[in-house]
Design a protein around this ligand. Structure first.
Ligand code: TPP
Length: 629
């Protein structure tokens, strides 16, 4: 750790520094981030891009009284370092350590928690209005990336800001990247602002004045330049028309300039938007060369940026390769991502079928309605959206897709516990929010071969469907040369048994198998069932087993409430079967970040926990009566 960095215990320590010291501190922070994250992994690129911005914010504003909100908040590491969390920073994203995003429970300096994009402006406006109602004077600053400006909520907020408050600072942190290259008309618009020569000339002069004089004089000059420019400079008009006074673009790595700019923006009596230009990964060549990889990464070599090869293929890759295969036989298949071509694997599809690939930006709600529109015209849209982000699409799934019985397939990557990212990213609610919608078919594969079969099955259905599959490596089973259709609503009996029926949904199948082995070693006969379908559920199979088992056990990587086990309970109840169901899943609370195995053990998603509950139900039961099929 660098010598200046060691002296930082709170923002007050930063405020004491002169510009030369701050410049040195910025370098120390970069080195510290590169070294620390090389061990823990994390959002290296975005944070290296906002070192000067975050320092300038803390040099000018006073948190916790003033409120700084970061959109997504994956770029809040420097904020954490400057607000008293330096000594624990090496625990970031580690079990029991600092969270990788802002958490209101982690520090009084974390004004607002986030992990999903597009919320900073709305939340900041809410705070500004609360301040205005209370007659307060604190400053509210929302920092949002250019990616966040592809999001509807950001624009919904901008539509409201000017008529609701006179004091709000929005910082548009423009690095031209979302996780992949930023897309769409807004990204092009930002690019035109940045590259407009006349505009640049005017701003360069204004900027020099700000740097020389600072404060109110500069504000006035800058304002006049803006006013004079308005007639001929179309680029800033969008924000101006929305009632936000536009400043910029300025160099987001020029610390004195940022500090002086914030000093005068503080006194603005209109909501303002400051457009800054930054470079993702700045100061670490591998991150500047590979923007996507270092947006969020695992451990790496701090010299070369090299990472360990990941070994087994992932579910995302299986999904994408299968889609390429299916698309080669069906021209109607198109693929949609909401700014996650890399994470979902769809960059593989993009390479094969660029015209049938659509990145809509960070706009899940739009992605779903867009897919619905395509489906009305005979296409077979596949929306690849992480389980947690599809929460944004709930209403259009109900209102646009399912109500109209449109054949859209939702492929929900990262379903289940996400691990290091924590509660904002765990995909633990999708069964509950989808299962209740009439007409949807909902599936979960036990391995990658079954994922391919489910995709084929789904794309042959006349209506909506969804498949949930986990983050990370596949099981590694033998693959059939071609995917096959699975009979709708039919579970797979992996192994028959007569005392207990264990239903292991998707990735939980290994636990189901292990529980069966343990029960058998105690002298009981256990059936192992791969449900495959959460909806429609295999009622016939349930009824059959309800006739002779003493209990069902359900395993799911999902909250118990409204989940797969609940579906089984409801089905048995409807059929008048009074067999107890032991549901193993996540409890009714938000789960912290951590290693998946540790968290499963802690919250009882384990064979031991299941055994402890099921054995008492079996006690006294005559041993091993073979089931009749
Ligand atoms: C609703 C939602 N969809 C997708 C994501 C995944 N995601 C995390 S950061 C990010 C890109 C953000 O880009 P930008 O706002 O420009 O910030 P930068 O990382 O470039 O600083 C995306 C798509 C998310 N966090 N939330």
């Amino acid at each position: 750790m660098g010598t200046l960095l060691e002296t930082i215990h709170s923002p007050a320590d930063l405020k004491r520094m002169n510009y030369a010291q701050m410049a040195e501190l910025a370098e120390e922070i970069r080195e510290f981030l590169i070294q620390t994250l090389s061990k823990t992994g994390g959002h290296l690129g975005p944070n290296l891009g906002v070192v000067e911005l975050t320092m300038a914010l803390h040099a000018v504003f006073n948190t916790p009284e003033d409120k700084i909100l970061f959109d997504v908040s994956h770029q809040s590491y420097i904020h954490k370092i400057l607000t008293g969390r330096l000594d624990r920073f090496d625990t970031i994203r580690q079990p029991g350590g600092l969270n990788g995003f802002m958490l209101r429970t982690e520090s009084e300096h974390d004004a607002y928690g986030a992990g999903h994009a597009g919320t900073a402006l709305s939340a900041a406006l809410g705070m500004a209005v609360a301040r205005d109602l209370a007659g307060g004077t604190e400053n509210i600053i929302a920092v949002a990336g250019d990616g966040a400006f592809t999001n509807g909520i950001t624009f919904e907020a901008m539509n409201n800001i000017a008529e609701r408050t006179k004091r709000l600072i929005v910082v548009l942190n423009d690095n031209e990247w979302s996780i992949d290259r930023n897309v769409g008309a807004i990204a092009r618009y930002f690019h035109r602002i940045v590259t407009n020569e006349r505009y640049k000339h005017l701003h360069d002069s204004a900027t020099r004045l700000v740097q020389r004089f600072g404060g109110k004089v500069a504000l006035e000059v800058m304002r006049r330049a803006e006013e004079a420019a308005k007639g001929m400079l179309w680029p800033s008009l969008l924000f101006e028309e929305l009632g936000l006074q536009y400043f910029g673009p300025i160099d987001g790595h020029n610390l004195p300039l940022l500090v002086e700019t914030f000093k005068f923006l503080k006194d603005a009596n209109r909501p303002v938007l400051l457009h800054i230009l930054t470079q993702k990964g700045r100061g670490f060549q591998p991150a500047m060369d590979k923007q996507k990889k270092f947006h969020g990464c695992g451990p790496y070599d701090p010299e070369t940026g090299q990472t360990e090869p990941s070994g087994k293929p992932t579910y995302s890759e299986t999904f994408a390769n299968t889609l390429v295969k299916l698309a080669s036989k069906d021209e109607r298949i198109v693929a949609i991502t909401a700014a996650m071509p890399n994470g979902t694997g769809l960059d593989i599809f993009r390479a094969q079928y660029p015209k049938r690939y659509f990145d809509v930006g960070i706009a899940e709600e739009h992605a779903v309605v867009f897919a619905a529109g395509m489906a009305t015209r005979g296409l077979r849209p596949v929306c690849a959206i992480y389980s947690t982000f599809l929460q944004r699409g709930f209403d259009p799934i109900v209102h646009d897709v399912c109500l109209q019985k449109l054949p859209v397939l939702f492929c929900m990557d990262r379903a289940g516990l996400s691990g290091d990212d924590g509660p904002t990213h765990h995909g633990l609610f999708d069964i509950s929010y989808l299962r209740s919608i009439p007409g949807i078919v909902l599936m979960a594969p036990k391995d990658e071969d079954e994922l391919a079969d489910m995709m084929k099955t789904a794309l042959e259905l006349p209506g909506p469907s969804a498949i949930r599959y986990p983050r990370g490596a596949v099981v590694g089973v033998a693959r059939k040369p071609e995917p096959e259709t699975i009979p709708l609503g039919k579970a797979e009996v992996i192994k028959d048994g007569s005392d207990v029926a264990i239903l292991g949904l998707g990735t939980m199948m290994p636990l189901a198998r292990e529980l069966a082995i343990r029960l058998e070693s105690e002298g009981y006969s256990a059936a192992v069932i791969n449900p495959r379908f959460i909806k429609p559920l295999d009622y016939k199979m349930l009824k059959l087993y309800a006739g002779h088992v003493a209990a069902f056990v359900t395993f799911e990587d999902h909250v118990k409430m409204g989940g797969f086990g609940s579906a089984v309970v409801e089905a048995l109840d409807e059929m008048g079967c009074e067999v107890p169901v032991l549901r193993i899943g996540w409890p009714d609370q938000f789960i912290e970040h951590g290693h998946i195995d540790d968290l499963r053990a802690k919250y009882g998603l384990s064979v031991e926990a299941a055994l402890a509950q099921v054995l008492p139900l079996l006690a006294g039961r005559p041993q091993a009566i073979p089931a009749v099929f």
